[in-house]
Design a protein around this ligand. Sequence first.
Ligand code: GLC
Length: 479
Amino acid sequence: MARILMVASEGLPFIKSGGLADVVGSLPQELVNKGHEVRVVMPMYLKIAQKFHEEMQLEAQYSVSISYREVPVNVWSTMRKNVKFYFIEHQGYFERDGLYGYVDDGERFAYFQKAVLELLNQLNYFPEIIHCHDWHTGMLPAMCKEGHSFDERYRNIRFVYTIHNLAFQGNFGPEMLDSCLGLDYRIFDNGNVRYDGGISFMKSGILYADKVTTVSPTYAKEILTPQYGEHMEMVLNMRKYDLWGITNGIDIEMWNPMTDPDVPYHYNKVNVKKEKKENKMALQKELGLKVDPDVMLVGVVSRLTWQKGFYLMMEKLSEICGMPIQLAVLGSGESSIEDKMRQLEDGNKGKIAFYRGYNDSLAHRIYAASDLFLMPSLFEPCGISQLISMRYGTLPLVRETGGLGDTVTPYNEFDKTGNGFSFANYNSDEMIQVMHNAIDVYYNRPEDWKILVRNAMNTDVSWEKSAETYCQLYAQLHP
Ligand code: GLC
């Protein structure tokens, strides 16, 4: 049993921009169920303040020094399923329309991390383990070990650093070390935090944490290579004996087609075929697609970025349009991809629907109504959507990379095994070939399709096994 503080830049049900929020919103509860005491801390973004402020209590008020001035910190809290969530409030830094992508991101998250470290002192709450997630929290181990080593309460803390996405590294100019982070240039000069002439929050997290994890065993291996290492592979190789790959799970209570309040027709393994058709017709009406319960509906719920493999789809748009399928796409991201999707929808009314933006409720209905879920990622640390799809009896079609390869077993027509479809190389011809194969099974071998759907719904996508692995990891640090 350990006291664990998770530090992250987003988490459900409060705020989400990507899969990180799903993990931060569900792993803590699982660890509590296993006997740990878990708290979470994140910034108070505008959307959180607007929606949740009423239920929060003020926990602490203090200040931290940023750019040689004292900046105030208010910390608020609320409970969710036996987990205490803290929110670091600063209107100027966090109460903006978006979460990231601002010129002062380095300063904002330096402030956040400083405020978190001082919060421990303010509350006299010293966890045994601080579990940091992604670059926004990558400086915490260094700040603690270099800046607070004289203080036994801080010195005893052990750090886990989890990489959800190596492509975002938090690399900034070196001057930030002194002005915002309050750290000595010595750790720039000796190379500990230096990266490409500046400093890197990601690198620092990898080097200073006691254990480093990422979100699937395959991605843990891939990032040691130049192909997937995002120029961090040398640093990661230095820590490879402390690097664990632990596959994400999902909250199977929230993601349950039998009870999901956003889904009109509930189902389980027994009535999935019939009720999925009802859900399909309802969604076709909702999105302006031609109502046809028998057509194969392909769903996509995703950030529209290069990472997710949209360039493969762009290469084959005319072929995809010619397939006997309908396509429902939900997401937002790079404007070139959004524009293409919009054009595609305009040119294929009734066959292709594109909803630009983030709509959680609609996402649930797309998972429930679709037959196939398309996720041809260029790289994928874990991927959450393929797990949700399987839980909803929607077969994922993925590229075998990172967590996608670890969680999706391709259809084998001889022994009728598999819970989806997959292809190996980042190549649009391979993707199209596998799509044709999936379409063929759907229309011409419905018995096989049925078996695959059952296999998918029988796949264990819960946190159970992975939460146990995190417990083993924590136990190594806090025996
Ligand atoms: C990031 C990764 C995704 C992973 C998620 C949660 O969004 O891109 O693969 O599932 O983090 O760990």
